[in-house]
Design a protein around this ligand. Structure first.
Ligand SMILES: Nc1ncnc2c1ncn2[C@@H]1O[C@H](COP(=O)(O)OP(=O)(O)OP(=O)(O)O)[C@@H](O)[C@H]1O
Ligand SMILES: [Mg+2]
Length: 264
């Protein structure tokens, strides 16, 4: 049984026109009938050009945006059939990492408070030295020195901030992590460190990951399989090397041809 299964998933947004009597004139079909099965422990790379619906797909999986059709089955349970309260509890099992850690971290909270808050979503009774120990081991896991615990986000570099955001995502012990362009805002030299960290965490913690990027070389490096999205639909799906080396769909070929080449 796959860990995450999307069946005919649809997310359409209404387009409203008119000044006084806003009427729905059309729909943006951001996600338009996606079928996808992801195995436990797998890293699935999701690629496609800007606006094709990658973020909307991930937000729909997380139940942050309601699906207009289809189903999201996580570990055998249909999330689209759950109440808001049940979804909130289940949401601890799936976490997100975003492109810009500076925007996603609270600038007024130290690393300690950020991670402590995230740890207590799963374990509200954690406190005192036990809490400090848990924060330290989380920091260690993502390669941050525990002495930085009382520092604020602005005191870190971009790569370190993304490590804090990763630690925060791991704090509630999720099973599924959706990383939406997690290295796109980072220097190339820092990108590979963060990619290696994510790979290592997936292996060590047995996580399942959807890794979203518009950068095919990044996706190829980290993903086991690649799904290519175009206008809300998955047009190609296969093992990472196969999709990169012998793409079958015309759109995938176009995407690959669009990678800039430097001639010797
Ligand atoms: N809340 C919303 N209301 C209306 N339209 C939306 C909403 N969110 C997204 N859209 C539209 O859905 C489409 C898909 O957007 P989405 O952000 O999912 O694309 P994306 O693939 O993540 O793009 P990018 O690579 O730029 O992040 C776009 O046309 C966008 O304008
Ligand atoms: Mg996006």
């Amino acid at each position: 049984m796959p860990y995450l299964e999307l069946i005919g998933l649809q997310t359409h947004f209404p387009v409203r026109k008119g000044i006084l009597f806003k009427s729905i004139t059309d729909h943006v079909r951001a996600v338009d009938g996606v079928d996808l099965a992801i195995e436990q422990g797998e890293i699935l790379g999701l690629v496609g050009e800007s606006g094709c619906g990658k973020s909307t797909l991930s937000r729909t999986v997380m139940q942050l945006v309601p699906a207009t059709g289809g189903r999201v089955i996580l570990d055998g349970e249909d999330l689209t059939a759950l109440s808001h309260r049940e979804v909130r509890l289940r949401r601890l099992d799936f976490q997100m990492i975003f492109q810009d850690p500076y925007a996603s971290l609270n600038p007024r909270m130290t690393v300690f408070s950020t991670l402590a808050e995230a740890l207590r979503t799963r374990n509200p009774q954690l406190k005192g030295s036990q809490l400090t120990d848990e924060v330290s081991s989380l920091m260690e896991r993502v390669g941050l020195d525990r002495r930085f615990m009382r520092k604020y986000p602005h005191e870190f570099s971009g790569g370190q901030r993304q490590r804090i955001a990763i630690a925060r995502a791991l704090a509630p012990q999720p099973k599924l992590v959706i990383a939406d362009e997690p290295v796109s805002a980072l220097d190339v030299s820092i990108q590979s460190q963060i990619l290696n960290l994510l790979k290592q965490l997936v292996r060590e913690l047995g996580l399942t990951m959807i890794f979203i990027s518009h950068d095919l070389s990044v996706v190829r490096y980290i993903a086991d399989r690649i799904a290519v999205m175009h206008f809300g639909k998955i047009v190609e799906l296969g093992a990472a090397e196969r999709v990169m080396d012998s793409p079958e769909h015309d759109y995938t070929k176009q995407l690959l041809a669009a990678i800039p080449q430097i001639r010797p």
